[in-house]
Design a protein around this ligand. Structure first.
Ligand SMILES: Nc1ncnc2c1ncn2[C@@H]1O[C@H](COP(=O)(O)OP(=O)(O)OP(=O)(O)O)[C@@H](O)[C@H]1O
Length: 236
């Protein structure tokens, strides 16, 4: 073992205990890389020592270090088991959470007016987070209820935070579908395309997101539907 590795090895127990408190480090990747370092270092290779008087050379094991390494290896096994348990619990909770929220949810996103549209002629408005009102005549409005309404000031981040659990569930291996439906120019692509960027940003370190299909199809000749089917591949 060279000097540098030896130093790293000596400080590993302290590093481990200081990191153990931070859940963000407790990932399969982190455990794997520490286990890899340990595998490289164990058992410690005997180093040759020359006796001063006799000039005899004999091999010497660093038993103290070997014991430390074995202890860390045990800790890693225990951490791995804890992580597996926590991951299962997290998946289960997320799934329960989505069940409680409802397995099919409908959101409405109102895009801001563009420069060709007049704000004064607005026929659609919202007063809270679940209802959209459509002015059908001067004195008549219709009310539509949704699981969530995103008003024109909503950001891509607002939309993402609402669908994030569903995306995490997809990454956990559950089947999910997110699709945008609406009139041409209503903002389907804008919303879905940026969702994809957010997904790649949040999950991209571990997963490679492959967009399999994007199709714009006529739905009863009334509206267009942007359909994205994503598949996730674990890249390590
Ligand atoms: N929330 C928003 N904020 C700002 N601009 C938006 C928003 N939503 C859509 N837009 C803009 O409105 C225009 C139409 O949006 P988009 O292309 O996403 O509509 P679409 O529903 O996908 O249309 P099509 O069905 O024709 O493909 C684009 O210029 C887009 O940048």
């Amino acid at each position: 073992m060279d000097g540098q590795s030896g130093k790293t090895m000596q400080s590993l127990p302290d590093t481990l205990s200081s990191l153990k408190g931070f859940n963000k480090y407790l990932t399969p990747g982190w455990i794997e890389s520490v286990s890899h370092i340990l595998k490289e270092l164990t058992p410690t290779k005997p180093h040759k020592v020359m006796e001063e008087d006799t000039q005899n050379v004999f091999e010497c094991h660093d038993t103290e270090l070997d014991i430390k390494v074995a202890k860390i290896q045990d800790e890693m096994v225990s951490l791995g088991a804890q992580l597996k348990q926590k991951t299962l619990q997290k998946r289960e909770s997320l799934n329960n959470y989505l069940d409680l929220k409802g397995s099919i949810r409908v959101f409405c996103r109102m895009r801001p007016f563009n420069h060709e549209e007049s704000y004064s002629s607005r026929t659609m408005f919202t007063l809270d987070e679940s209802n959209v009102f459509l002015k059908v005549a001067e004195t008549k409005t219709k009310q539509y209820k949704f699981d969530k309404v995103f008003d024109p000031c909503s950001t891509q981040g607002d939309v993402f935070s609402e669908v994030e659990p569903v995306i995490k569930s997809a990454i956990d291996g559950y089947n999910v579908c997110i699709f945008a439906y609406g009139q041409t120019g209503s903002g389907k692509t804008f919303t879905m395309a940026s969702l994809k960027i957010w997904v790649s940003y949040h999950a991209g370190f571990k997963y490679c997101l492959i967009e399999l299909q994007r199709a714009t199809a006529d739905f009863s000749s009334l509206s267009a539907c942007s359909r994205y089917i994503w598949e996730t591949y674990e890249i390590y």
